[in-house]
Design a protein around this ligand. Structure first.
Ligand SMILES: Nc1ncnc2c1ncn2[C@@H]1O[C@H](COP(=O)(O)OP(=O)(O)OP(=O)(O)O)[C@@H](O)[C@H]1O
Ligand SMILES: [Mg+2]
Length: 233
């Protein structure tokens, strides 16, 4: 459902991708790792059409608009948590949300463990809370393609695992294709079928994770070490 072929992209004077290719099937989960500046966020901007490649093809099938949780949260300061989450519904429709949409938003607020904050404003929240509002807003779109740019950066381990479960449930119920950018190998290993390492303007390494291997601590430990080594050297 998603295919990227021979992608070439530069900002005005910064080359980012010289030849990048990968493909994902519907319902797969992929993590992108790589050092700061390796082009992870730029890749998402190419997938969403915010930037256009100078060469190569990006093909996304069966998706009107991907849901995109940006690295920098784009919560509107003058809207409450609930109003930020229902924003995507209102955009383009110029009318207030129906009761059903508000109920769906409240269910998501509960799932990201933010009940009680629905009428607060973003500046009254912690970094991790704001991240979860952004995640809920992306999930509210119910797109078959979900792009998450460092979604769990400031979450403690307990919340992080809770968010893994939430994503797994959404994935299971809707067969959503999920792309995730992360600096934390735990995210990559716990959630993905594929891990791609971005470096030197391309994908230099990739790993496939079998579901069965995820329950084997020894296998997961050695994969963790391989990922660490490949980023460091
Ligand atoms: N709007 C822009 N204009 C010019 N150069 C940019 C722009 N955005 C990013 N870059 C450059 O492109 C390269 C890739 O940036 P990108 O944000 O994609 O990296 P990243 O892998 O997401 O890094 P991080 O892990 O720090 O978020 C960097 O060298 C960056 O300086
Ligand atoms: Mg980035």
């Amino acid at each position: 459902m998603l295919s990227v072929k021979n992608l070439v992209f530069s900002y005005k004077d910064t080359p980012v991708f010289k030849n990048l290719s990968f493909a994902l099937k519907k319902g797969e989960i992929a993590s992108f790792i790589g050092t700061s500046g390796s082009g992870k966020t730029t890749l998402f901007k190419l997938l969403t059409g915010i930037h256009q490649p100078q060469n190569g093809d990006v093909t996304v099938e069966g998706v009107t608009e991907p849901a995109y949780m940006t690295q920098k949260d784009l919560l509107l300061p003058w809207r409450t948590v609930l109003e930020n989450i229902t924003l995507t519904y209102e955009l383009g429709r110029k009318k207030h949300c129906p009761k059903k949409t508000i109920e769906e938003a409240m269910d998501l607020i509960e799932e990201v463990d933010l009940l009680g904050t629905e009428h607060k404003f973003p500046e009254q929240l912690s970094g991790g809370m704001r991240q979860r509002v952004s995640l809920a807003r992306a999930l509210m779109q119910k797109s078959p393609l979900l792009l998450l740019d460092e979604p769990f950066g400031s979450l403690d381990i307990q919340l992080r695992e809770q968010m893994y479960d939430l994503l797994k449930t959404i994935h299971k119920n809707h067969n959503t294709t999920i792309l995730l950018i992360t600096h934390d190998f735990r995210d990559a290993i716990s959630l993905s079928d594929h891990i791609f390492l971005l470096a030197d303007g391309t994908i230099t390494k990739q790993w496939q994770i079998e579901a069965a291997a995820r329950t084997c601590p020894a296998k997961m430990g050695s994969l963790h070490e391989k990922l660490r080594q490949s980023i460091l050297f």
